[in-house]
Design a protein. Structure first.
Lengths: 115, 117
């Protein structure tokens, strides 16, 4: 069974803390994504990566960074957490071998609250 | 740049009546299109996908969608709604990355489907 695993379901952090959200996939996918989901706004892309050590900014990268040192792991970093980063964070992965865009598989999400 | 517009934020239907969730897209390339469903407190699940094969795509749970290039639409339909269909539905567009690699997935803002007795 394919799997995308996010390290935490719920997190509470203080303003100004550095926060790491971890995501691991076991499907040998090239592409990995970080989204945040907010009511009425759908899923907005923060960053994505199409190869190890490669990253591209999504639509809302400000205040975030990412790391992809190994193919299976994609980390989202909040350099200095702020209350407006309270949200549900979703990790996803897929493959686009032969330029065919395949289904993305999602983790269960991490609900982050910044107080 | 690619984008997705879901024309209705909320749709309410009676059980047993047809469902129509509307989606329009914009893409610079030949896109792939998907519909995902999210039940309360659950993860996202793929309903169906279009990847340049047949324009009428059948998915799980009786849903289907038709790709209409001339109208840049990919509306989701089901002939008869069931109570278990109540969920949030997302239309997603994907084309190959503009800067050399990867395929960026862009989501619509979602349509909340309510099914009433």
């Amino acid at each position: 069974d394919v799997k995308v695993t996010q390290s935490s379901r719920y997190l509470v952090k203080r303003t100004g803390e550095k926060v790491f959200l971890e995501c691991v996939q076991d499907m040998d996918h090239e592409n990995m994504f970080w989204y945040r989901q907010d009511p009425g706004l759908g899923l907005r892309l923060i960053y994505f990566s199409y190869d190890v050590k490669m990253k591209e900014k999504g639509d809302i990268p400000e205040g975030y960074s990412v790391s992809r040192e190994k193919k299976e792991r994609f980390s989202l970093i909040l350099e200095s957490a702020s209350t407006n980063q309270t949200s549900m964070y979703l990790c996803a992965s897929n493959s686009d071998r032969a330029w065919v865009n395949t289904e993305a598989f999602f983790g269960q999400g991490t609900r982050l609250t910044v107080v | 740049a690619q984008s997705v517009t879901q024309l209705d934020s909320h749709v309410s239907v009676s059980e047993g009546t047809p469902v129509l969730l509307r989606c329009n897209y914009s893409s610079s390339y030949s896109p792939s299109l998907f519909w995902y469903v999210q039940h309360p407190n659950k993860g996202l699940q793929l309903l169906l996908k279009y990847t340049s094969a047949a324009t009428l795509v059948k998915g799980i749970n009786g849903f289907e969608a038709e790709f209409k290039k001339s109208e840049t639409s990919f509306h989701l339909t089901k002939p008869s709604a069931h109570m278990s269909d109540a969920a949030e539905y997302f239309c997603v567009v994907s084309d190959h990355g503009l800067t050399g690699g990867g395929n960026k997935l862009t989501f619509g803002t979602g349509t909340q489907l309510k099914v009433e007795l």
